[in-house]
Design a protein around this ligand. Sequence first.
Ligand code: UDP
Length: 400
Amino acid sequence: MERIGIEKYDGVMDSAVLSEVQRTARAIYGMHVLHVNSTFHGGGVASMLNSLVPLMNDVGINADWNLLYGDPAVFAVTKKIHNGLQGESVRLTDQELDAYLALNRTCALYSPMAHDVVIVHDPQPLPMIRFVRRANPWVWRCHIDVSAPNEDVELAVRPLIARYDAAVVSSERFRRPSWHLDTYVIPPAIDPFSDLNREMSEAEIDGKLDQYGIVGAEPFLLQVSRFDKWKDPMGVIRVFDTVRQEAPCRLVLLGSMATDDPEGPALFREVQKAVEKRPDITLITASDPLLVNAAQRRAAVVVQLSLREGFGLTVSEALWKGTPVVATSVGGIPLQIIDGKTGSLVSPGDVQGATERITQLLQHPSRREEFGGAGREHVREHFLIPRLLLDWLRLLNRLA
Ligand code: UDP
């Protein structure tokens, strides 16, 4: 019998978690929950909601998912807010803030939001709460790294955050006492059955890599990321250039463009220029989860050298596939990588440190296997989607 819904995870992870999911859902069967974000594709939030929303429904929660339909000009403003909350010094004009509020007002007017609980993801739909008459709890789910925000930007959005009943962040590092809000820590998770993570045969992996021209005998390093300056693709190329002096390898940079990120195309062009006439670097922009899956499985080392990172689902994805990861110790990455056990952590911008760690792994296959094995078990215990579902059900119970 084909297993569907939450039952699929039995055998993949601790069955006690799955029983606890059912027990916790029982108290709130039929609860009407709405998730709001700003894109169905691209980035970790969309990929997580694609798994989480059906699972919530499967266990008896009546979960909907709506978008803040945007206008590109407003997404340029929300990206500035995102960057500001991650610490960049940006200046928001009154006109920009007005456009941001106006778009949210229009969407709020036309969206049914009388759910028992409304969960708003990230800054784009944050102001919607201002434009509804409500008698239900609203939760702001902030996925970004707010460990050191730009003060002016935080001040601009704080009155909006203050309207919420609770906030959820990905790591203890992101609690903000200045929000004066009940804040819960719920780290993200990956779905082992999605196309991004499901098992693939060696032949299927070969086929996918061939399709995109990832061919060659040398082992390859991989970073999978949206084209976003916080993911520092140019820094990855600098590290690769020094690694290559120590050990033969190639680099694959794989990235899509999120529909709500206006900065992506410009950074993509910069990277494209840097890798011209570089047969050792393959740059791919495609929206193909099976390609990401295949590349994460086949890479010798996955890197995630972000300067800031909300969580970094790509890290758990690679660890789940038994591939060793070298990543920066920012945001939610240290939850996933226990340095020296499930992978290697380096400081952001530390080219020499990253080079040493990657080179060691390239030269010692047994170390790669050790990290990969420990990483997979760490993800099994902490970062598979039923755990995320359970955390949400517990919070919904509290709010009910
Ligand atoms: N992703 C993808 N294709 C790409 C780039 C990213 O499918 O070209 C996926 C990636 O595998 C992960 C998510 O998008 O599931 C990115 O999540 P992460 O937390 O790493 O970063 P975010 O984009 O949310 O900052």
